[in-house]
Write a new protein. Sequence first.
Length: 348
Amino acid sequence: MTSADLAEPVTGVLTLRVSEVVRETADAVSIVLNAPELRYLPGQFLTLRIPGGGARCYSLASSPYTGEPPRVTVKKVPGGAGSGWVCEEIRAGDVLECLPPAGTFTPASLDEDVLLLAGGSGITPCLSIARSVLAAGTGTVTLVYANRDQDSVIFRDALWGLAEEHPGRFAVVHWLEILQGLPTRQALAALLAPYATRTAYLCGPQPLMDGAEDVLREAGATAVHRERYFSLSGDVFDMPTPASASASASASASASAGSSVTVTAELYGQTHQAAGDEHTPLLDALLAAGVPAPYSCREGACAACTCRVVEGAVTLRHNEVLDAEDLAEGYTLACQALPTTGRVRVEY
Ligand SMILES: Cc1cc2nc3c(=O)[nH]c(=O)nc-3n(C[C@H](O)[C@H](O)[C@H](O)COP(=O)(O)OP(=O)(O)OC[C@H]3O[C@@H](n4cnc5c(N)ncnc54)[C@H](O)[C@@H]3O)c2cc1C
């Protein structure tokens, strides 16, 4: 199976049945889904509708290459609406509504050696990547995993199992705050710098990722990817769907009367065209034309709609995820990208 097979377009809201709820630690559970047809890439996430309004993103901890059922793993945040519901209320047999798998925190190749750095629940996409590289690729995986104490280590046994199964290809280094304190920059440099030539994937608290990225870059790293956890502020399930967007987008297009723009998108091997204008983000123009363009937060914060501008130009209204390197390479966020030329062509 290639990554192209796994990333086939799925649109609209999915309804997935929970087959099992697994307690991983005192404050983390895995929700196993009965969804053998779900296609996703290692490290991608699902956006779940939470009761009472709103949505939350949760990374898949499973690998699409191992035949295991898809699972998300959620750590309870004190007072948290979404994680509280997942950890306390979801039961086997429940049906969840979610958006199709999305996200760009995924390896370009499973044959490359990778460095993974996870903190707490940041292990979920890292485990998916590790399992995928080990099962379907030839790369070597080093995981540095920081936690408060031994009891808060999610997937402790699974990680031991991987190390036993793949000696020489998988190594995990645990960092326990209760024993070692918070990892200092010096400690991070000692742990991570030897792997600076590898592609690095970081997922954990912001200060941990900042420190890790700094020491890796100082050691010469050029490929450092981050997955930033945050709670969506809007309700993506209440926004226009591709079908219903059509009418409102054309209404807003005529109301705004901006200069017309032709948007062309290369998506999943197909070329699509949409009419837009300078006030309409690329994503809205594509959805209005019925194009199954990926998205999740629609706030410029999650990177699910990342694409590359190969013709024309855009300006970003808001961007919390793409860095200067990404922008220089032409990457943009379709949900926030306003065309500044009459023709814009993007590739997903
Ligand atoms: C791409 C992505 C992947 C993710 N993957 C995972 C994953 O695999 N596992 C995982 O556990 N999480 C993951 N997350 C994080 C997850 O989406 C949620 O952000 C997390 O579960 C917290 O949501 P919550 O609804 O429980 O908390 P929220 O309700 O968002 O609250 C968060 C905190 O803020 C406080 N708070 C809320 N409202 C207020 C207020 N009005 N005033 C003051 N304080 C307030 C709460 O008490 C709580 O402490 C991911 C996020 C993203 C973007």
